[in-house]
Design a protein around this ligand. Structure first.
Ligand code: FES
Length: 166
């Protein structure tokens, strides 16, 4: 005979099942990403669907979606409910552009780790070809050659004739 899972979980049960430390659960709660009720003994009790919320938070974090964005997405759900299948499709579609940008940046990072990334260090002989005199620094901070497609397109416009992209 199988027993019915309890509808509410203690913080320890949530931590054990979700793989998230109790301190992180408190942090999520403090940030308004999850919520609990208090028992008469002032102990937290989480609705079981909190596990799904935490799963979404963890997946989003793993792919680099900021908690602020996750919270904004949760806030769009009616009655603050936990994302169901349709909700998840809606949320993930909204994150597609952001994910595409991150995938693009990661692919560029992987492909150009040994090449000049336009960070201003000028430490590689390739920097002379890719970022002579740190001219990419005039277009903004950070590794300019790893940033968005728009930056990449802009860079194409200003590339020295005769140089090729690796
Ligand atoms: S790698 Fe830093 S400017 Fe080229």
């Amino acid at each position: 005979m199988t027993s019915t899972p309890p509808p509410e979980l203690t913080v320890g049960q949530v931590a054990a099942r979700s793989g998230v430390a109790v301190s992180a659960l408190h942090f999520y709660e403090q940030k308004g990403l999850i919520s609990s009720r208090r028992t008469s003994g002032n102990q937290r009790r989480y609705p079981r669907e909190t596990l799904r919320r935490i799963a979404v938070i963890r997946v989003a974090q793993r792919v680099g979606i900021p908690l602020r964005v996750v919270k904004e997405a949760f806030a769009t759900l009616p009655d603050g409910r936990t994302p169901d299948r349709d909700d998840w499709a809606h949320l993930s579609a909204a994150w597609c552009d952001e994910l595409d940008t991150r995938i693009d940046q990661l692919a560029r990072l992987r492909n150009h780790l040994a090449d000049c990334i336009g960070c201003g260090c000028l430490s590689l002989d390739r920097c002379l070809l890719r970022n002579r005199d740190d001219r990419l620094g005039a277009r903004g901070s950070g590794p300019r050659r790893l940033f968005t497609r728009a930056v990449r397109a802009e860079e194409d416009e200003h590339r020295d004739p005769g140089t090729t992209r690796s």
